[in-house]
Write a protein that binds this ligand. Structure first.
Ligand SMILES: Cc1cc2nc3c(=O)[nH]c(=O)nc-3n(C[C@H](O)[C@H](O)[C@H](O)COP(=O)(O)OP(=O)(O)OC[C@H]3O[C@@H](n4cnc5c(N)ncnc54)[C@H](O)[C@@H]3O)c2cc1C
Length: 517
């Protein structure tokens, strides 16, 4: 069987009839995935699951699958986008099932240890423009001692790894407290949460999605729903349902590098700050390579042959507790988050790099001699994988030029930050926006070729560079809130996502303290 055919089928057929394998040349797979129109066409032509009502099973021949759940809305993926989608819809009276493969809500922000929340302010740094559920989560975190309000955090400080551009008013938070905040938010809204539940494949009737088959500790179980939201980050539901997708940036054949986050404590923060501040005037970016925090210490380690990471400086962010720091510094290129073997190799390499970094901190960084590794992310940090396509694909130019469309459902000012975009070991693409903010249209949440499905978070319909701006957590939450609200309105009004009047959606979002200009 030719590679493309095998890959296309392997990604849609249930039961792993064809397993995708790590390809020696990852580029081949990216090229293939880049022409995902082919995969989507293949997927649509292949047998999809029949309706549950046809039998006691979910429709998989020879498999007896219990129909365990029946909801108005199924949200797949409990990251920042999925949580906000589920809560928004449940607050509007919908019966919501939120499933996640892990053991907690929060996705990259909890399991992945990623933080802080990037900016929720406009580019002038004067006005908070991402509010709604994001703001509620921040307020709850602060009440629990788990965050510092973004109004108090300015750029070029220890809370921003001393980065200036695009890093004003970030929100440091504690991931353990965030887990509890999400649990309570969902419980209070009446969201039914199911952990250890892996999405396997959609239940389809023609082009309409009607739920999903899940792999749980009980085995295969079906969850029926009138509508579904894909908040998996990787766009797995949309892809398996037959929506067109691209992988990374099809033009360059690249995907942003992955990073395994980790946290350290027992740091003498005053001594660390005293080492960094005198070097601030030397911070620079040369050909996309950043020489920022601790670049002088990296140079020492490099000279001693004790540094082989694809970076010239260390992104190290102070957290809520004074002696705790979040490290975003490992870098693994060419990771395909849709391929288990590739991802496994990346996880192992990530831990190797963490070990090297801990040695670096102990040996070269003042104040970190006795630093303790609190933990590494329970999952590799994936910046980019699939982008699901709708009729409208958000172009990066619209963000740079500050376009605010009529069906705008999110205002944001996060900069375009595409790690690894220029190739080489560390070259990134960084584009500041030309206006105070830009808008994201509702159209980006609607995938092509599948009915009853909305997108939320990292996988929305945007080009690779645009996704490099809106993938961060505050916009992801806002996109989730918009998707959940849209789903609830569709269910209430008997509308489809495409026929929903965006004026109704915007009105509802405004009533939820969402800022739309
Ligand atoms: C290295 C790195 C650094 C970053 N730095 C920052 C930062 O400093 N600040 C910031 O604000 N943002 C940052 N981000 C971006 C941000 O963390 C993510 O883009 C954001 O969390 C996306 O939200 P999401 O809800 O779309 O997806 P995710 O957070 O990835 O959540 C997706 C959820 O879906 C679940 N899921 C996936 N597939 C399945 C399945 N088949 N079945 C069941 N569940 C499934 C996963 O378990 C996960 O919980 C960073 C990201 C990375 C990777």
């Amino acid at each position: 069987m030719p590679l493309d055919e095998a890959s296309a089928k392997g990604s849609i057929l249930f039961g792993g009839n064809v397993f995708l394998r790590n390809l020696a040349n990852n580029m081949d797979r990216r090229k293939f995935l880049g022409s995902m129109g082919l995969a989507a066409a293949g997927a649509a032509a292949l047998p999809v699951l029949g309706a549950c009502s046809e039998a006691s099973s979910a429709g998989i021949p020879g498999k007896d699958i219990k129909e365990s759940y029946n909801a108005d809305l199924l949200v797949v993926g409990g990251g920042p986008a999925g949580v906000c989608a589920a809560v928004a819809a449940a607050r509007m009276g919908q019966k919501v099932l939120l499933v996640d493969s892990g053991n907690c809500l929060g996705g990259m922000g909890t399991k992945g240890l990623v933080g802080p929340f990037m900016t929720c302010y406009d580019a002038t740094g004067e006005r908070q423009i991402i509010r709604g559920l994001f703001n509620e989560i921040v307020e709850r975190l602060i009440a629990g001692g788990g965050a510092i309000h973004p109004s108090k955090i300015r750029h070029t400080t220890e809370f921003t790894a001393w980065i200036t551009e695009g890093h004003d008013h970030v929100t440091p938070f504690d991931p353990e407290i965030l887990k509890k905040v999400y649990d309570r938010l969902c419980a209070e809204a009446g969201v039914k949460v199911l952990f250890h539940a892996n999405f396997v494949t959609p239940i389809m009737k023609g082009r309409k999605i009607q739920g999903a088959v899940l792999l749980t500790p009980s085995g295969l179980e079906a969850a029926r729903a009138r509508m579904v939201i894909d908040a998996t980050g990787d766009g797995t539901v949309a892809f398996r349902a037959g929506a067109p997708c691209v992988f990374g940036d099809p033009d360059s054949g690249r995907v942003q590098p992955a990073s395994l986050f980790f946290r350290i404590n027992n740091v003498d923060t005053d001594r660390l700050i005293a080492d960094v501040v005198p070097h601030l005037p030397e911070f620079r970016r040369v050909n996309g390579v950043s020489y920022r925090c601790l670049h002088w210490r990296v140079a020492e380690a490099e000279a001693a042959g004790e540094w082989d990471l694809a970076r010239k400086s260390v992104n190290i962010w102070r957290s809520v507790e004074k002696d705790q720091w979040v490290i975003n510094c490992t870098r693994i290129h060419g990771v395909d988050a849709t391929d288990a073997e590739n991802l496994t190799a990346a996880e192992i390499e990530g831990r190797r790099q963490v070990e090297e970094l801990m040695n670096f901190f102990h040996k070269y960084v003042p104040g970190c001699e006795k630093a303790t590794l609190m933990g590494t992310g329970a999952t590799m940090g994936i910046r980019e994988s699939r982008h699901v396509h709708g009729d409208f694909v958000l172009p990066v130019d619209d963000l740079v030029n500050g376009v605010i469309p009529e069906d705008n459902i999110l205002l944001s000012a996060n900069s375009i930050d595409v790690h690894g975009a220029m190739g080489g070991p560390a070259g990134g693409l960084y584009m500041p926006i030309q206006k105070d903010m830009y808008g994201v249209p509702y159209r980006c949440l609607i995938p092509r070729d599948v009915e009853g499905l909305l997108l939320a978070g990292r996988c929305i319909s945007a080009d690779s560079a645009a996704a490099g701006a809106i993938r961060v957590m505050p916009p992801a939450m806002a996109l989730g809130q918009a998707a959940g609200t849209a789903a609830a309105l569709c269910l209430q009004l008997g509308a489809s996502p495409a026929s929903l009047d965006y004026a109704d959606l915007r009105k509802s979002l405004l009533s939820q303290d969402v800022f739309l200009g």
